[in-house]
Design a protein around this ligand. Structure first.
Ligand code: GDP
Length: 444
């Protein structure tokens, strides 16, 4: 599906990595080409624009890492932003609810809904070892019910016996009851589709949702319909609230834009992709893997990651050395703040620094959020080199200047300085304890 895009992007990025130096104009030119390639692959305009803006913003200010060329660094940034655009983490179907877990399958007719239902049933049964019951709620098309029954036989997944004359809600209730009585873990409810979105269809699905309170509402969309697929997803989500998307026909030769825009436009994760007609032709959607495939630059990305990890380790060693000597300055604090942000918050850092109980308590009350890390980093960024090295020189007028420069308040600067002082004192103490042979963490 992504072949054409892969060729284009591969060419553009390959040229970048071959150059020694890069100017801002070089990066801009390359990003214009990337943007064009994305649009030609049918990526939604807004998504392509945001993507390019994000890459450019990061590409302007990045630190060039030793042993990596600027071009390689840009490839890594493009890769990271692509992964982010695709949803960052692979997300499977959630079964974290009491059994039988109801899962509602919705989508337009012909999107691959019934096939996907059987694929998922089979997958949950074989991989997750769950006992699955499938039921077709398509009261208007008896053939659809028969189709699910046939697929059930082929995949060896149980299906609810067909009782003619029941409404969709009645069948759904009967399926849940059968699920309970039969000791099933999961009940897959395959709702009726229509060739176009219409109110009657939505009303019926909404009614079924209310009657069964599904743990997942999975929308099945056909990747080959391009931006229409994205619009369909938007409409279903607006009317119904979906929890995840199953994107079918990724084995087709579409341009791929739907797959690439879906997450960013709808905010809903692509949980699975269909890659063929057979019932085992289903895969998880892993943003990392998809990005690697599209860029075909896995080795460059790995190289940059390795170099960055080495730099982190080197900086951490240096910081640790200074801490031991009682020289923990505001530069080091900034380094710590950046690390905290990377690790997703204070709890991560604190778990690595046992014995920091008093600071931990103080910070716990300080409403820690990402915004605060950013403001604190901005405060330190607004200081001169001398101020960072020797915070004692920070008197009222300097603090005012820093507050103005960082868009914060003097109080926040005072809080930060207090935190720094406490951390520095504690580290000095730990350093001394280390020298006396008790080890920095002795007695904790
Ligand atoms: P429904 O009307 O939404 O229930 O659609 P069906 O499940 O009946 O699927 C319609 C057609 O699409 C069938 O011929 C399926 O075999 C085919 N199909 C479903 N998913 C995929 C897929 O991921 N790849 C390919 N190539 N065909 C698929």
């Amino acid at each position: 599906m992504f072949d054409a895009l892969q060729d284009r992007l591969g060419g553009i990025l390959d040229r970048l990595t071959r150059r020694g130096a890069l100017t801002e104009a070089d990066v801009s030119e390359a990003m214009r080409e990337v943007r064009r390639a994305l649009l030609e692959a049918d990526v939604a305009l807004e998504v392509a624009r945001t993507f390019i803006d994000n890459v450019k913003a990061r590409a302007v200010g990045f630190d060039v890492v030793k042993s990596v060329t600027p071009g390689q660094m840009v490839v890594k940034i493009v890769h990271d932003e692509l992964v982010k655009m695709l949803g960052s983490e692979a997300q499977g179907i959630s079964l974290a609810a009491s059994a039988p877990v109801p899962i509602l399958m919705v989508g337009l007719q012909g999107s691959g809904k019934t096939t996907s239902t059987a694929k998922i049933g089979r997958r949950l049964q074989t991989r997750e070892k769950r006992n699955v019951l499938m039921a077709s709620l398509d009261t208007r098309r008896p053939a659809a019910m028969e189709q699910l029954a046939t697929l059930g036989k082929q995949t060896e997944v149980a299906t609810l016996p067909i009782v003619p004359g029941q409404s969709a809600v009645q069948i759904a209730k009967r399926a849940m009851e059968a699920g309970r009585l039969g000791g099933y873990d999961v009940v897959l409810l395959d709702t009726a589709g229509r060739t176009t979105l219409d109110e009657a269809l939505m009303a019926e699905v909404v009614e079924v949702r209310q009657a069964t309170n599904p743990h997942e509402v999975l929308l099945v969309v056909d990747a080959l319909t391009g931006q229409d697929a994205v619009q369909t997803a938007r409409a279903f989500d607006g009317a119904l609230g979906v929890t995840g998307i199953v994107l079918t026909r990724l084995d087709g030769d579409g341009r791929g834009g739907a797959a690439l825009s879906m997450r960013a436009v709808t905010g809903k994760p692509i949980k699975l992709v269909g890659v063929g007609e057979k019932w085992d032709a289903v895969d998880e959607f892993d943003p990392q893997r998809v990005a690697n495939r599209i860029l075909g630059m896995g080795d460059v990305v790995a190289l940059v990651e390795k170099a960055a990890a080495e730099i982190d380790a080197e900086q951490a060693m240096k910081a640790a050395e200074r801490m031991r000597k009682g020289q923990f300055d505001l530069n080091d604090l900034k380094g710590q703040l950046v690390q905290m942000q990377k690790m997703g918050g204070m709890s991560g850092l604190m778990s690595l620094m046992p014995g920091v109980q008093n600071i931990k308590k103080q910070l716990a009350g300080a409403n820690l959020d990402e915004g605060m890390f950013k403001r604190q980093a901005a405060i330190i960024d607004s200081m001169t080199k001398e101020e960072r090295r020797n915070p004692d020189v920070l008197k009222a007028s300097r603090k005012k200047r820093i507050a103005a420069g960082s868009g914060t308040k003097v109080e926040e600067i005072n809080k930060l300085l207090k935190m720094h002082r406490q951390m520095a004192d504690m580290m000095k103490m730990m350093g001394k304890a280390g020298k006396s042979g008790r080890g920095p963490l002795a007695g904790l």
